[in-house]
Design a protein. Structure first.
Length: 210
């Protein structure tokens, strides 16, 4: 009886073991990688250095462009493009030629008005020549009637702006008037002059009294 009882107990124990519930597969599977869905923000935090570097590159490029434009504007300012400030030889040439021209066209004598008119045709052009021609007829008659002699000396000619083919000058003159039988009189004048370079020589194209 005891043998049978032991056998039955062993059979019951084995049966109970077979009928016990199996362990769920989820319990033994490794946990999924939750890095992309981590609510702590760890992965986005690792992206910040790349984003920051890109922003810095864009900022540096923008700053470089601004500095280039500013430098270009500085180089192209009117002051730096004015050859009167940088080319002493060209400045001296235009001042010398304009000085000589003004002395010739604004100096005359009763017997020398024809020579003065011929000089004006060579040394003046444009508006300056038109104005001169309109007035010189009266001057020529006055000089002949009153025996008037005018001598003009340029005291100073300053080039205020100079480009390869144009020049603007401020000119100070002393003029001496002499009439036969009377004492000479002296007057000062100030002119704004515009000249153009033509065939290697400066021609006066505009004269304005100041």
């Amino acid at each position: 009886m005891s043998v049978n009882t032991d056998v039955e107990e062993n059979e019951d124990t084995a049966k109970a073991a077979d009928e016990s519930p199996e362990t769920p597969e989820a319990a033994v599977e490794p946990p999924e990688d939750t890095e992309d869905t981590d609510d702590t923000g760890a992965r986005p935090a690792r992206r910040w250095p790349r984003v920051l570097a890109a922003v810095l590159v864009v900022a540096l490029l923008a700053a470089g462009a601004v500095m280039y434009v500013a430098g270009r504007q500085l180089r192209d300012t009117p002051a730096t493009s004015n050859r009167a400030l940088t080319d002493s030889a060209a400045t001296a040439q235009v001042a010398g030629e304009v000085t000589s021209a003004l002395g010739k066209v604004f100096s005359y004598s009763p017997e020398g008005t024809a020579a003065t008119k011929a000089s004006a045709q060579k040394l003046l052009a444009g508006k300056a020549l038109q104005q001169y021609a309109a007035l010189f007829g009266q001057v020529e008659k006055q000089s002949a009637d009153q025996k008037l002699t005018l001598t003009t000396h340029v005291v100073r000619a300053g080039v205020t702006r100079l480009t390869p083919d144009s020049a603007h000058l401020l000119v100070f003159l002393d003029q001496v008037y002499e009439r036969k039988g009377k004492a000479a009189s002296k007057a000062a004048a100030q002119l704004s002059v515009t000249a153009r370079l033509r065939e290697g020589h400066w021609t006066i194209v505009e004269i304005t009294s100041r």
